[in-house]
Ligand binder design. Structure first.
Ligand code: ATP
Ligand code: MG
Length: 137
């Protein structure tokens, strides 16, 4: 069965959307496998987003993700990775469809409240040992 790593980013936690986001995944029918509130270190943020290291916005992205506690979650279900991306909506919240999490709750790409794995392989990496979800195992 597929697993997706879903992370409510610091602005999503601060704005009080943890319950709303969990509800949307529960209503869709996915199964919650792990959950924790976590202050992400610079090192782990850089590891999590290592594919974006060369982007000009990378330092700001690391500052953003480490600016307050995040909520780390592992969700399980058939097709959960692609489905979660649909529930979340486009990276730029102004392009995200109404009805999606970003489309309903955010306006800025640099403050888009939630992360979702972009492939089953990255889902495994982002939940596995050395990740924000499973630090040491
Ligand atoms: P995530 O990986 O967080 O789920 P995503 O897969 O939709 O988001 P990515 O391309 O992986 O988008 O970018 C990771 C994150 O980096 C984005 O969610 C956003 O917070 C930030 N980001 C992406 N592009 C920009 C940009 N042009 N300016 C500022 N921040 C950006
Ligand atoms: Mg991504």
């Amino acid at each position: 069965v597929d697993e997706s790593y879903i992370m409510v980013k610091p602005d999503g936690v601060q704005r009080g959307f943890v319950g709303e986001i969990i509800s949307r995944f529960e209503r869709k029918g996915f199964k919650l496998k792990g959950l924790k509130l976590f202050q992400c270190s610079k090192e782990l943020a850089e590891e999590h987003y290592k594919e974006l290291k060369a982007k000009p916005f990378f330092p700001k992205l690391v500052d953003y993700i480490t600016s307050g506690p995040v909520v780390c979650m592992a969700w399980e279900g058939v097709g959960v990775v692609a489905s979660a991306r649909k529930l979340i909506g486009s990276t730029d919240p102004l392009q995200a469809e109404p009805g999606t999490i970003r489309g309903d709750l955010a306006v800025q790409t640099g403050r888009n409240i939630i992360h979702g794995s972009d492939s089953p392989e990255n889902g495994k990496r982002e939940i596995g040992c050395g990740s924000t979800m499973a630090l040491a195992c």
